[in-house]
Design a protein around this ligand. Structure first.
Ligand code: URA
Length: 192
């Protein structure tokens, strides 16, 4: 199955109650052959309205962060742990994440990224370890099944607390180094 066909199937998903309140399924955006995949938490209001991940204020910050290391929607893929907006932007519930995880797993399988960057605690707890501590473990690499995983602060956290930005910048530099090390068609040098 292609990523496009998976997206089409996901559009009519009714596996959890979030389907009742969504305006759009926010499947993901970017290069279907991306070597770097970013996974956020779940769509907010703007994402729900547009069907595109990370288009609100946090998304604009994410775009600026990625451009520092030559990355963007043209050469990466951006998705979320849940594809439909949790009401009032609350954290997704465990049952919602579980219902949605097969979509993300299939996205990961089809894209076949070399690097997965979890944006925030929720994605890290789903994809790296259930008891992941973002303040202690951001910026650390782990490898599983040939894929490198790292988590950094969610851009919304960086909007709320600018004092975390230097740490997030250090994580970005670690990501740039890992892209140089393991990727073959992703250039992390912004001026190249
Ligand atoms: N926050 C997320 O985690 N994902 C989005 O798509 C937008 C905001």
């Amino acid at each position: 199955m292609s990523l496009e066909a998976l997206q089409e199937e996901c559009r009519s998903c009714r596996k959890c109650p979030l389907c009742e309140t969504r305006q759009n399924v926010v499947f993901g955006v970017g290069d279907a052959n991306a070597e770097v995949l970013f996974v956020g938490e779940g769509p907010g209001q703007h994402e729900d309205e547009t069907g595109i991940p990370f288009v609100g204020a946090a998304g604009q910050l994410l775009d600026r962060m990625l451009s520092i290391i030559g990355l963007g929607r043209h050469n990466c893929y951006i998705a979320n742990t849940v594809k439909c907006r949790p009401p009032q932007n609350r954290d997704p519930l465990g049952v919602e994440q579980q219902a949605c995880q097969p979509w993300l797993n299939e996205q990961i399988r089809l894209i076949g990224p070399k690097i997965i960057v979890c944006l925030g605690r929720i994605a890290a707890m789903e994809l790296i370890r259930e008891d992941f501590r973002i303040t202690k473990e951001h910026g650390l690499w782990t490898q599983r099944d040939g894929v490198w995983y790292m988590a950094t602060y969610h851009p919304s956290a960086l909007l709320r607390d600018v004092s975390k930005r230097p740490e997030a910048f250090a994580d970005l530099k670690l990501l740039q180094a890992k892209v140089r090390e393991v990727c073959t068609h992703t250039n992390p040098d912004p001026l190249a």
